[in-house]
Design a protein around this ligand. Sequence first.
Ligand code: ADP
Ligand code: MG
Length: 339
Amino acid sequence: MIDIDNLHKRYRTADGHVSEVLKGLSLRVPASSITAVVGPSGAGKTTLARCISLLERPDSGSIQVNGTDLSLLSGEALRRERRAIGTVFQSSALLNRKTAWQNIALPLVCLGVVERDIKVRVGELLENVGLSHKADAYPSQLSGGQRQRIGIARALALRPSVLLADEATSGLDPQATATVLDLLRKLRDEYRLAIILITHEMDAVRAAADAVAEIRDGTIARYGQVNDLLACPDSLLGQQLLPLSPVTAHSDLLLRLSYRWDVPVAIDWISRLSQQFALQIDLLGGHVEVINGQLAGRLQVGIRFQGERLSQARILALLAQSGIAAEILACAPELKEAV
Ligand SMILES: Nc1ncnc2c1ncn2[C@@H]1O[C@H](COP(=O)(O)OP(=O)(O)O)[C@@H](O)[C@H]1O
Ligand SMILES: [Mg+2]
């Protein structure tokens, strides 16, 4: 696990100004979990990544990996402990004149690992990222997604416990992105990695993260477990996770719904309720998706009664039984009194 505490980082710009990019940032990522770090461009995400991998020295604060404070180390001790952190960047930065196999082997060669062990380890890693058949390909012969997977394999060569991915899927097409994110989830479980997934794409957060942290003004302004945010999508992060931009309509009842996490929602709830109670349920906006194997959703619907007028309380109760939390946004006046 990695524990970042009260990190400060200032830069002196060319014109002599000092700007503080990280202002006491704290974040903990347990083993076997993925925390997405989101935030607008220029928020300091890459600065955080560079501080964690100690490419930049933080001005103050600590970075503990499995209990060792890396920010206190230097020289040989730092080089040794830094191996606990593997890094992948947006462009995988593979060496173009070396094959996939040689690129992955590089950190092991630098460390003086014996050849037989290198062969075994690189073979394992290639298999793990699903690219054994590309061992002899050069980076130019690989797709963007394949290059990223080789970059991930290289980052894991020295068996780190933390994997830091800075915009690792930016610039990839949706299918390659999905493959890379699936791979990160698999590696999280297989190697018990603490993964920090820096991204500006909420799709990537939904697809892969266990928790999400938002950087604003140099600190973590918001943080939550993805499951909690999905169950209570009215938080700002929840809204970003499940965006909703409804159209307007005339309805007897206008509702904003969120699928609960503790009670699974059946996909056919709209047709079931509308048939059973003679309701016309108009879908006005929403986002429904399977996340972590369960249906997550945030919707806006309009309800029109075609038969008996049900009371608001009755509607809310029917939705609650289906695992859906509802908030009434507007209703036709006579509906309030109906029993
Ligand atoms: N080496 C540097 N020297 C001076 N300013 C820097 C340096 N690196 C980053 N910055 C500044 O720090 C801020 C955060 O940058 P960065 O961490 O790259 O943001 P992000 O990755 O979230 O887009 C920006 O305002 C950027 O201009
Ligand atoms: Mg960046």
